[in-house]
Design a protein around this ligand. Structure first.
Ligand SMILES: CC(C)(COP(=O)(O)OP(=O)(O)OC[C@H]1O[C@@H](n2cnc3c(N)ncnc32)[C@H](O)[C@@H]1OP(=O)(O)O)[C@@H](O)C(=O)NCCC(=O)NCCS
Length: 147
């Protein structure tokens, strides 16, 4: 099992440069979408989570908090690091953070290609499919059940 360090960082953290590279490579490059580092990272309530292996940022997700609601966005793992539990570790920490913050609803728009990944981790689909985001690929809304 790879040693994975999970760290919540500020938007001003220099490691966000690595995050920008990762988000592009993992989320958009496969669709031929040109790199654009406009990520709305300064929106109120943003919490950035990175997964670090060695010295490298290999995973990322953010949690956008709005009142008692949290939206998870941009979940991604570097292509060569997939299948090693990094995505699971990220999502576990995101859910734990949402609980620490006392959020009532935690939700995300999942690419249909990742729906089963989230479902295995306890997320529940709450919508039909709809095209979304820069890729326009089909997504579904999912929520993490609260106790
Ligand atoms: C989806 C993603 C984050 C998963 O990260 P990962 O580090 O490979 O996932 P893990 O190794 O932690 O996998 C956890 C479990 O989910 C499964 N899994 C991983 N990706 C899956 C997928 N796309 N569909 C179904 N199951 C998946 C794994 O096999 C593993 O199963 P197990 O419980 O039997 O061991 C990663 O593949 C990725 O970055 N994909 C491209 C970007 C993307 O689509 N992000 C989601 C946007 S909504």
């Amino acid at each position: 099992m790879t040693d994975i360090l999970l760290v919540w960082i500020e938007t001003s953290d220099p490691r966000m440069l690595e995050v920008n590279e990762l988000r592009h490579v993992a989320l958009f490059e496969p669709f031929g979408i040109p790199r654009c580092d406009t990520w709305n990272d300064d929106i109120p309530g943003v919490h950035h989570l990175i997964a670090v292996v060695g010295e490298r940022v290999v995973g990322y997700s953010c949690l956008i908090v709005d009142d008692d609601e949290g939206q998870v966005r941009q979940v991604c793992v570097a292509p060569r690091q997939r299948g090693a539990g990094i995505g699971r570790a990220l999502m576990s920490e995101v859910v734990d953070e949402a609980a620490r913050l006392g959020l009532g609803t935690v939700w995300l728009n999942a690419r249909v290609s990742a729906e089963d990944f989230y479902r295995r981790l306890g997320w529940v689909t709450t919508s039909g499919e709809f095209p979304f985001g820069r890729t326009g690929v089909p997504h579904v809304r999912m929520e993490y059940p609260q106790d």
